[in-house]
Ligand binder design. Structure first.
Ligand code: PEP
Length: 249
């Protein structure tokens, strides 16, 4: 399994920020971990061109339909045409800002697969759900509702992103991360078989920074990270990539 450092630029980045990609490429000319940047859609084509071949690119969402009367939306085919090989789906900001339910995420995942994209499906509990002892139940329901049949290591990555850890500087304990990641691996094994489940990369996301990345990457069943704020500057993201590349297998 090749570990994955994925950057989610969210609604940040214009042409001037392509300089960060040049800096990343210079710092990682032959990365052993896979590096992925998901910029805003307006930057995807230019970034894809600038990033290839050492760095992959992806979208942050796609529509479930291949084309049609959906003003402002973007199809998976369009992402692929712009150079993407991945798409983030079901991010908690999409789930809350756009009322995306598990069934919507599953439909988008099917659309991503039909376009040949790898889906990075996000799951995660709110703070209230964690406080109520519902974390594993929530994650289990999101996994079964958001991931359609046919998942493989080649078409699916899962990102565990506790909602309360995103952009807050707060991070679960290493034991809490291990509990959820071990649980997700077991759930996928029950559903897909142990061999397929073993190859699906499980990312942790939520306030990953250069100074906490190494300890997070040493946690069992953590195969990389989905990084928001710290992916915007090459120096920070590069330190996270270096931590992933030197993490225990
Ligand atoms: C994210 O939004 O996917 C994320 C993990 O953000 P941050 O790293 O800024 O917490």
């Amino acid at each position: 399994m090749r570990k994955l450092a994925a950057g989610n630029w969210k609604m940040n980045g214009t042409g001037a920020d392509l300089a960060e990609i040049e800096a990343l490429k210079a710092a990682h000319p032959a990365p052993s971990a896979e590096i992925l940047i998901c910029p805003p859609a307006t930057l995807l084509a230019r970034l894809s061109e600038a990033a290839a071949p050492a760095i992959a690119s992806g979208g942050q969402d796609c529509h479930a339909a291949p084309s049609g009367a959906h003003t402002g939306d973007i199809s998976a085919d369009m992402l692929q045409d712009a150079g993407a090989s991945y798409v983030i789906l079901g991010h908690s900001e999409r789930r809350s800002d756009h009322n995306e339910a598990d069934a919507d995420v599953a439909a988008k995942t099917r659309a991503a697969w039909a376009a040949g994209l790898i889906a990075v499906v996000c799951v995660g509990e709110t703070e209230a759900q964690r406080d109520a002892g519902q974390t594993l139940g929530v994650i289990g329901a999101q996994l079964s509702g958001s991931v359609p049949g046919g998942a493989t290591p080649e078409n699916l990555v899962i990102a565990y992103e506790p909602v309360w850890a995103i952009g807050t500087g707060r991070v679960p304990s290493l034991d809490q991360i291990a509990e959820v990641h071990d649980f997700m691996r077991a759930e996928l094994a029950t559903r897909l078989g142990a061999d397929i489940a073993a190859g699906i990369r499980l990312l942790y996301g939520g306030s990953v920074k250069p100074d906490n990345a190494s300890e997070i990457f040493a946690v069992s069943n953590v195969d990389g990270a989905l990084v928001g704020g710290a992916s915007l500057k090459a120096a920070d993201f590069s330190a996270i990539i270096a931590a992933l590349e030197t993490a225990p297998a």
